[in-house]
Design a protein around this ligand. Structure first.
Ligand code: ZN
Length: 74
């Protein structure tokens, strides 16, 4: 069985690959709840962003993910 630790909340996920409950973001592995929180967080920041570009969005997600990993929470 494969166990992956979420880089943000440090929760261990058993067999996340079969269950598809983990996500890869910019060299980190994060669990489903952390991914949801991260997206929610970023979503509030992309509102009103003009012009909006995918590059900017990806950088934004990467930064948010990096910060969340440092803090240990989203
Ligand atoms: Zn997590």
């Amino acid at each position: 069985m494969v166990t992956i630790t979420c880089d943000i909340c440090k929760k261990k996920m058993d067999n996340p690959i079969n269950d598809r409950t983990f996500f890869r973001y910019a060299e980190t592995s994060i669990c489903e709840p952390c991914k949801d929180n991260l997206e929610l967080n970023v979503r509030t920041q992309i509102r009103g962003k003009d012009p909006f570009t995918i590059d900017w969005y990806e950088k934004m997600m990467k930064d948010a993910c990096g910060k969340a990993c440092q803090k240990g929470k989203v």
